[in-house]
Design a protein. Structure first.
Ligand code: NAD
Length: 266
């Protein structure tokens, strides 16, 4: 394991265009459940209730959606970045990061210190709410206050349109600019590191393939196996936080491992 971490650190040091691709598994150590792990969101809710078409179709669906979204927002609001987010933010400070393509909606890359221009949020953000008619944006906390006071499926103050968290639901179009840029940066990357993603949600999950075809080295750091493990140059089945913290340590020490700090964490 230690050799693998040193190898990844070495690849990062020599990389010119490092792309980090993050998923819900990056944030479980911050207390935000992922979708597919036991005890994750899909153990509790029916994915159909998240479909955009259903949200648009009926007031009852919207009420149910907002009920689930309210419950899911609480841990997001309270969450603090973990070791993995902090290591990724540090990579930006070290000038080693081309960008982060994230499926996450929790804003933790920003809380960790990454700058706006480095983060491509493929699935939007839970931190804002948008009107689906006039596009007016609201702060999420403001809308949650209205829900607390009794509104069940809030409407836009300006135009009466349907309000929805600014996240991308199943069946909703992906943000065009971010998606295109994510494909471009994936294809131009020379090192592509997946952290905490099951790599089953499309089209986001095709990015590692695009990177690999463009000539990048592919590293996957995920607790469980993914469909792309066979394609990767190096796979670590472990926890994102301690793994990224160790890799960062090796980068900082310029690859001279300290035998005293050896840890087991898988
Ligand atoms: P996923 O739930 O499909 O997969 C998460 C993966 O992370 C799993 O394979 C699991 O083995 C791994 N994992 C869990 N904890 C880990 C840890 N501590 N270290 C390393 N690996 C760990 O999530 P996904 O691939 O991101 O795709 C599903 C969708 O989930 C995305 O569209 C995303 O928008 C949404 N989502 C986001 C959040 C968030 O923003 N934090 C939370 C839940 C779901």
């Amino acid at each position: 394991m230690e050799q693998q971490l040193i190898q990844i650190a070495q690849w990062i040091i020599t990389s010119k265009r490092l792309v980090v691709f993050s998923g819900a598994g990056l944030s479980t150590e911050s207390g935000i459940p992922d979708f597919r792990s036991p005890g994750g969101v899909w153990d509790k809710y029916d994915p159909e209730d998240f479909y955009f078409q259903n949200f648009i179709a009926s007031e009852a669906s919207r009420e149910k959606y907002w009920q689930m979204a309210t419950e899911m927002y609480e841990p997001i609001k309270m969450a603090q970045p973990n070791q993995a987010h902090l290591a990724i933010a540090e990579l930006e400070k070290l000038g080693k990061l081309d960008c982060v393509i994230t499926q996450n909606i929790d804003g933790l890359h920003f809380k960790a210190g990454n700058s706006e221009e480095k983060i491509l949020q493929l699935h939007g953000t839970a931190i804002f709410v948008s009107c689906l008619s006039c596009r007016k944006q609201y702060d999420r906390d403001e809308i949650q206050e209205r829900i607390k006071k009794g509104e069940k499926a809030p409407r836009c103050d300006d135009c009466g349109g349907i309000l929805k968290p600014a996240t991308i639901s199943f069946g909703q179009s992906m943000p065009e600019k971010e998606t295109q840029e994510a494909y471009d940066r994936s294809s131009r990357s020379d090192l592509f590191i997946v952290i905490g993603s099951s790599l089953v949600v499309q089209p986001a999950a095709s990015m590692p393939l695009v990177a690999k075809r463009g000539g990048a080295r592919l590293v996957i750091i995920n607790r469980d196996p993914t469909p792309y493990d066979d394609l990767a140059d190096l796979v670590i089945h472990g926890q994102a936080g301690p793994t990224m913290a160790s890799i960062l340590e090796y980068i900082k020490k310029d690859l001279i491992p300290d035998p005293q700090s050896h840890e087991e964490y898988v």
